[in-house]
Design a protein around this ligand. Structure first.
Ligand code: FES
Length: 167
């Protein structure tokens, strides 16, 4: 897909900040084979932070892999994201211990504070809000992870202060 075509399709995110050129450089580096698909998708996601549709189409063309197969891969592996991600990722544990110790109240407070549901990202891209299975810190239940930080024995009233630590 030529740059002009990308522009016509109004994929502005695709061409901003030199991202388009980084992607093209990636695709020129002997990566033009279907076997390289997952590697190329990972690298493209590193460039963009997620995988915009225009990027998937360009990869499909460059690697000669059908679009349907690419969508099959990116929807199968949870490491790939089709929507923009927040600068900070909140992961609320939904394991049994956290459930028993009232994680639902924390989920409710985070929803109230951020105005998004689990699985969504705030409009300002400050936070992505996700849930995960047990993260292995059951003794600290209920647990919320933000980026690499573990916040254990959390209560709903502490949520605003903790969120304020992340810009
Ligand atoms: S159930 Fe939440 S850390 Fe194990």
């Amino acid at each position: 897909m030529a740059l002009e075509q990308v522009k016509q399709e109004k994929c502005t995110e695709f061409i901003s900040d030199g991202m388009y050129h980084k992607l093209e450089a990636l695709l020129q580096k002997d990566k033009k084979s279907p076997e390289m698909l997952i590697f190329v998708l990972q690298q493209a996601q590193n460039i963009y932070g997620y995988l915009p549709e225009a990027v998937l189409l360009r990869i499909s063309e460059a690697l000669d892999v059908p679009k349907a197969k690419i969508y099959g891969v990116v929807t199968f592996y949870s490491q790939f994201h089709l929507k923009p991600r927040g600068r900070n990722v909140i992961r609320v544990c939904q394991g049994t211990a956290c459930h028993v110790r009232g994680v639902s109240r924390i989920v409710g407070k985070i929803k109230e504070e951020l105005g998004v549901n689990v699985g969504e990202t705030t409009e300002d891209l400050r936070f992505t809000f996700e849930s995960v299975a047990c993260i292995g810190a059951c003794g600290l239940a209920p647990v919320v992870m933000i980026n690499g930080d573990t916040h254990g024995r959390l209560t709903a009233d502490k949520v605003p202060l903790i969120l304020s630590l992340y810009e």
